[in-house]
Write a protein that binds this ligand. Sequence first.
Ligand code: FA5
Length: 345
Amino acid sequence: MIDDIERIRAAAPAAVEAASSVDELRAVEADLLGRRGSLTELKKGLGALDPDARREVGAALNLARGSIEELVEARRAALEGAERAAVIAAERLDLTERTGHRTRGALHLVTQTWDRLVDVFIGMGFTVAEGPEVETDWYNFEALNIPAAHPARGMWDTLYVDLGDPETVLLRTHTSPVQIRVMTETPPPIYAVMPGRVYRRDTADATHMPVFHQIEGLVIDRDISFADMAGTLEAFTSAYFGGSIHSRLRPSYFPFTEPSAEYDINCVFCEGSGCRTCSQTGWLELGGCGMVHPNVLRNVGLDGEEWTGFAFGFGLDRLALMRHGVDDIREMYSGDVRFLEQFPS
Ligand code: FA5
């Protein structure tokens, strides 16, 4: 029996070393030390021995068990360490993948544009107001002289919210409802800009997003004329784009302004000489504007004989594209670090 014990002990290191995973090691351990293992089987023969031999064989069995247990424990620690290291390596996130990574983040281009626009208008004497993104039909349409079933509602593909009566609560399609809120809450004179996020059922393409931003402007005072609006927009254009870019107004239609116009600026890509982006016209359309319609003044309880004013609404994302020469609005929302890094502050 002593020989058998010695044979098992001598073979154990190679068997333990050959186990290449914790599971395999568990099987080897069971073969050697388990309830049906080879050492346990030998132990069952102890009862048949005389007392001296039993003592001698028993001591040899205990020694062999002790040394095999040590081997198994050492191998288990090594295998567990290797398996943990493999998991860590497989799940490793390489945060240093991009060279020249910055230690500090920056505001998104839209936020930077928002702040810059607000700064320009504050410099021109305007205040800043904001309104809710979930609006009622009254603020987004009715009060702006767009009654239910009016064909002009087709100008804005609307996303309705499942609240109250059908088609009474919606995601605002423009920032113009904030005009109504400002006029009902603040007595004139009013000189305010209203930046914000808006929603339309538009398909994303190079110049459109279903969620985008506008900045609304509203002036209500005595003796305000169309010339005041044209002058204000031209002053804004040079302050925001620099002196080489100018604006023009083209006749247009909005139910809440009369007369209405489209606000264009010289194409910033070709500076007016004509290119693919501006369809060879030399001009880029940025928004709408006009004199506040008498019906709108009436809807908010203002006397149209005493007060007149103008309003405008520009695509804020488009202003950002124009100012920075970006030719696809979707780039701004891709979250691609290579794009974002170009606008550090
Ligand atoms: C309006 O939304 C009017 N509320 C503007 C206005 C305000 C007119 C006050 C008169 C007085 P319009 O739908 O044209 O108008 O949108 C204004 C600008 O928002 C567009 O010129 C464009 O620059 C931008 N815009 C419109 N749709 C999108 C879109 N899907 N993605 C990005 N920008 C857009």
